[in-house]
Design a protein around this ligand. Sequence first.
Ligand code: GLN
Length: 192
Amino acid sequence: MKVGVLALQGAFIEHEKKLRALGAETVEVRLPSDLEGLDGLIMPGGESTTIGKLAVQYGLIEPLRAFAQNKPTWGTCAGMIFLAKDIGIDRQPILGLMDITVNRNAFGRQVDSFEVDLSVSVLGDAPFHAVFIRAPVVTGVGEGVNVLATLDDGRIVAAQSGHLLATAFHPELTADNRFHKYFLNIIGQKPA
Ligand code: GLN
């Protein structure tokens, strides 16, 4: 399995390490041609405004859209913002694909970073330790979008829409491989 990791900015190396530990081949995506032959793509956390700007400069917006329209694509944190259909900001370039509404920097300054054990039923019974860093939240989901995890107060922090996956937190920063395994399973199930 060949999985691309968008490598314009942010935490892409950590995702690559996880994927390789699970036996997948990884490709750093910086140019449209890097998408050729990939089975799936992870868009990492970082700074979504920077990722968006660089994606425009490198001519990646349309190729990424075309790719994520039918290949499994997972956005974590800034990557989730980039994947979302609506972030309430017109000027920031996003792919606008997954039918979720996302609020950037939803936790403000006081608790801009925190860790919490989440219950994620698709990963099994054991809680998933989630690291949030100036994280967004999902404030609305469209039809066909499954909520995978919420905080205790009900705010949505992980969702799936068919082959598209979004997490507000950083599963690449903890030892738990289950979210990456889950994504590789989505890739495995998708007919080529
Ligand atoms: N706050 C960042 C943004 O708006 C996301 C932070 C992250 O990816 N850890 O893009």
